[in-house]
Design a protein around this ligand. Structure first.
Ligand SMILES: Cc1cc2nc3c(=O)[nH]c(=O)nc-3n(C[C@H](O)[C@H](O)[C@H](O)COP(=O)(O)OP(=O)(O)OC[C@H]3O[C@@H](n4cnc5c(N)ncnc54)[C@H](O)[C@@H]3O)c2cc1C
Length: 504
């Protein structure tokens, strides 16, 4: 019997990170461990973070949450990927879909056969070989009716858009029902143990004290525990990802309910559009050296679908990550651990994987440095791989029309990304690295969509004659197009399966 078990876990912060932590820990530990979440209504949460990636389905599954119930509670919609507008060139657009392109049909990856035909002028654009992209194009959605690995549905995947505040409230109900305790209050001081500098207790402004064995720092950009109390510094990545501000606003829905996020590159950054059941979330992520806050807000408001529902809010940030996500008895989850701009909707995903890693590498009160080191290694790797993927969007551009795009075109990039781009440019090869979250389909979509074009296909694909190969591809394309057209409209599917009571 291990008498060094963690008995009490304290989560500081009640944003998406805090309540995801509380929900998962409450599910895993139940009432066997004390779970306390401290948050301050006066400070509030960041209140953005509404687009996700498919593994959130797994998180729902881990919690045992019914997907329709979750979508009803959060005014949620389905997401099949991201449409990128004006990124590679002004006037160009492409789709980064979830799932895979085409289907397996030989030893080389699908895209090598596509590439052979495409280089010979005998294949449609890559988007047409993605069921997610095809469904997105005609604003359709349904859940896969089969799990048969031979079916085209095996290439399909989806994520969600949801209201961030409603999601935190949903998870709060879930966690509290399973024994987590919420404490309202503002942390005014953090007491460290004299002998080893571990966090001993939080002291609230009204004098209450909250002690614990393990502390999860979900205090957002303030990083109250990992940064301020323990002094763990951060690594600045703004030379690769220079955006440092966003203005965000909500507006009325107009037009069809699209099952995807849109990202439109602008002179000094990019604008997002996230459709929910009851409204659209919009924002402009920008570089303050190149655009003023007023100009960004004006650009955002001019591009809205419908009337704004509030004044635009300004958010300031810096891209980078903590030098250690876990130090002593503090694990930083969410914005306290670092920030990658929301271009590929990866922050909530990194919260999820931080928590599942923590569950896998759960400590006892000895906090073995080997466990801490492995956790940090794995989470650092994953964050860096996502960072590279986001940098790719900025680097692979032909735009020269503003200082931001001229800077990005010419900036040095991490070696890990440079090598991936070069292998793809020369041979159409996609290299997966340890910790890569984004798989081949994602790299393929963005590289091709932003004009990183391979010079040749894989020699293995040359074992096939072009004409019969092109016919096979055309049959596949037709099946994909037909399957997409047979799906219900996204709006009708939402209405039927998960319409929120108050959606209008
Ligand atoms: C512009 C922008 C767009 C984004 N879009 C996306 C997206 O589309 N998809 C995505 O996955 N992610 C996105 N993100 C990231 C996402 O918003 C965050 O990862 C997510 O909301 C988690 O935030 P958090 O819980 O770490 O911090 P916060 O929401 O800031 O919560 C911090 C919590 O700590 C509490 N707190 C702080 N100090 C104290 C104190 N002294 N005492 C008591 N409590 C305290 C606060 O009250 C609050 O409850 C976006 C971020 C930005 C900036």
């Amino acid at each position: 019997m291990n008498d060094a078990h963690i008995r009490s876990i304290v989560i500081l912060g009640g944003g998406t990170a805090g309540w995801m932590s509380a929900a998962l820990l409450a599910k895993v530990m139940g009432r066997k461990r004390r779970i306390t979440l401290v948050e301050s209504e006066e400070i509030g949460t960041i209140g953005v973070g509404e687009a996700t990636v498919p593994p959130l389905q797994l998180f729902n599954g881990l919690l045992g949450v019914d997907e329709n119930e979750f979508l009803r509670a959060t005014n949620g919609t389905f997401k099949l990927g991201i449409e990128f507008v004006d990124w590679g060139r002004l006037g160009a657009r492409y789709f980064h879909p979830f799932g895979r392109h085409g289907d397996h049909f030989d030893v080389a990856p699908f895209h090598q056969y596509w590439l052979k035909c495409r280089l010979a002028g005998k294949a449609a654009p890559i988007d047409e070989f993605s069921l997610c992209a095809a469904a997105a194009r005609c604003s359709r959605f349904q859940r896969p009716p089969t799990k048969d690995p031979r079916s085209i549905w095996s290439t399909f995947s989806y994520a969600f858009h949801f209201d961030a505040s409603a999601y935190a409230a949903f998870l709060r109900r879930y966690a509290e029902a399973r024994g987590a305790t919420r404490v309202e209050g503002k942390v005014a001081d953090v007491r460290l143990r004299a002998e080893d500098g571990f966090v001993d207790r939080l002291v609230l402004a009204d004098g209450r004290e909250i002690a614990g064995d393990l502390f999860i720092d979900c205090s957002g950009f303030r990083a109250l525990l990992i940064g301020q109390a323990l002094g763990v510094g951060d690594e600045d990545w703004s030379h690769w990802l220079p955006a440092d501000r966003a203005v965000a606003v909500q507006c009325e829905n107009a037009g069809p309910l699209l099952p995807y996020t849109r990202s439109t590159a602008r002179r000094a950054g990019w604008r997002w559009r996230i459709p929910l059941q009851h409204r659209v979330g919009a924002g402009y992520v920008f570089v303050s050296d190149y655009l003023s806050e007023d100009e960004a807000a004006a650009d955002l408001l001019a591009g809205l679908d419908g009337p704004a529902l509030a004044e635009p809010r300004l958010l300031k940030f810096r891209t980078g990550r903590r030098k250690a996500f876990w130090a002593k008895n503090v694990v930083a989850v969410g914005l306290a651990g670092g920030f990658l701009e929301p271009l590929e909707s990866t922050s909530i995903h990194l919260i999820q994987t931080a928590l599942t890693k923590l569950a896998s590498w759960f400590p006892d009160r000895r906090f073995d440095p080997m466990i801490v080191a492995e956790y940090n290694r794995l989470h650092h790797l994953e964050t860096e791989r996502i960072r590279d993927f986001i940098i790719l969007h900025y680097k692979a551009t032909e735009r020269e029309d503003s200082p931001l795009w001229r800077y990005c075109r010419n900036m040095p990039i991490p070696d890990s990304l440079a090598e991936k781009m070069e292998l793809f440019r020369r041979y159409g090869k996609l290299k997966q690295l340890e910790g890569d979250f984004f798989q081949d389909a994602s790299w393929l979509a963005v590289m091709l969509g932003q004009f990183v074009t391979p010079e040749r296909n894989d020699p293995i694909a040359d074992l096939h004659e072009t004409e019969p190969l092109a016919k096979t591809l055309e049959t596949m394309r037709a099946i994909i197009a037909r399957t997409a057209k047979d799906m219900p409209e996204h709006a009708a599917f939402v209405e039927r399966s998960c319409a929120a009571a108050a959606a209008h």
